[in-house]
Design a protein around this ligand. Structure first.
Ligand SMILES: Nc1ncnc2c1ncn2[C@@H]1O[C@H](COP(=O)(O)OP(=O)(O)OP(=O)(O)O)[C@@H](O)[C@H]1O
Ligand SMILES: [Mg+2]
Length: 256
């Protein structure tokens, strides 16, 4: 699902209030991590947070679609440019990165010791990644609007990506002035001190009956008006399952 795709969003007032406090720096916390099982509404909530902050510099990255760490940085830079937030430092670092990758290929042809080259190349890659990331952080933070960064699907990341997010990117983002981070996943990263204390973690609960009622009302399903308790119980309050049920529901004609 992409930002801009609009479905009715119900409930989650508590989580949205926390998100608004964090984005507006009304609390010491800089990040909200949303954890929860399949279909509990993590992506929906993250998209709602995204939608509510479109006046700032706002970013949404589906981590499950990112193959490498550089992809994440490129995607953030692309979304910055789309919002007319210039990223000159990142562009410069990126072109140096491309040039040195070409030098490495030439090196490989010139030398025999491919093992030492592989090691050197991986050290170089990590230094380059750090300098790319630093350049991007500086560019994003220099935007007068407060950057709101939404990262979804943490559970889909492979180990190197998880490690990089937990050890590098998230700590870097959390130390940028004015930046707030919203991350969701079936599991979420555990940061080390001091960064962990800037994170508010929430386990998303299933919907209560009131939320199901609100959902029925906002969809305009008159025939289901008095069936909120039953629908809630049948699906254990899991929004994904309730959504499937609603998607097959046909409202009878002439029902009040
Ligand atoms: N707050 C909400 N209001 C309305 N519908 C919702 C809400 N939360 C979830 N849904 C519905 O439930 C479906 C599943 O939710 P969502 O995709 O956000 O779950 P998820 O936690 O991201 O699941 P996964 O772990 O598979 O990524 C959504 O497509 C949406 O239709
Ligand atoms: Mg999801």
């Amino acid at each position: 699902m992409v930002p801009g795709h609009r479905q009715v969003h119900v409930d989650r007032a508590e989580q949205l209030a926390h998100a608004a406090d964090i984005a507006a720096a009304r609390t010491q916390r800089r990040a909200l991590f949303l954890e929860g099982q399949e279909g509990i509404g993590k992506t929906s909530l993250l998209l709602e947070i995204y939608r509510q902050h479109t006046t700032g510099g706002v970013y949404f990255v589906d981590l499950g679609r990112m193959v490498s760490q550089v992809d994440v940085l490129n995607e953030l830079a692309r979304q910055a440019r789309q919002q007319e937030i210039p990223v000159p430092g990142y562009r410069t670092a990126r072109s140096q990165f491309t040039q040195s990758a070409q030098v490495q290929v030439n090196d490989l042809r010139a030398r025999n010791s491919s093992i030492s080259l592989v090691i050197n190349a991986s050290i170089d890659r990590s230094i380059q990644l750090t300098s790319l990331s630093d350049a991007l952080m500086e560019n994003l933070a220099s935007d007068a609007r407060r950057p709101v960064i939404c990262l979804d699907g943490f559970e889909h990341c492979e180990a190197p990506m998880r490690d990089w997010l937990g050890r590098d990117l998230l700590p870097d983002l959390l130390t940028q002035p004015g930046t707030s981070v919203f991350l969701a996943g079936r599991n979420i990263p555990r940061l080390s001190q001091p960064h962990v204390s800037s994170v508010h973690t929430m386990v998303l609960p299933p919907f209560g009956v009131d939320a199901v009622q609100e959902w029925i009302d906002s969809l305009g399903f008159h025939s289901l008006k008095r069936r909120a308790v039953r629908i809630h119980d049948m699906h254990d309050g899991i929004p994904g399952l309730i959504d499937e049920f609603f998607s097959t529901h046909i409202e009878p004609h002439g029902d009040e």
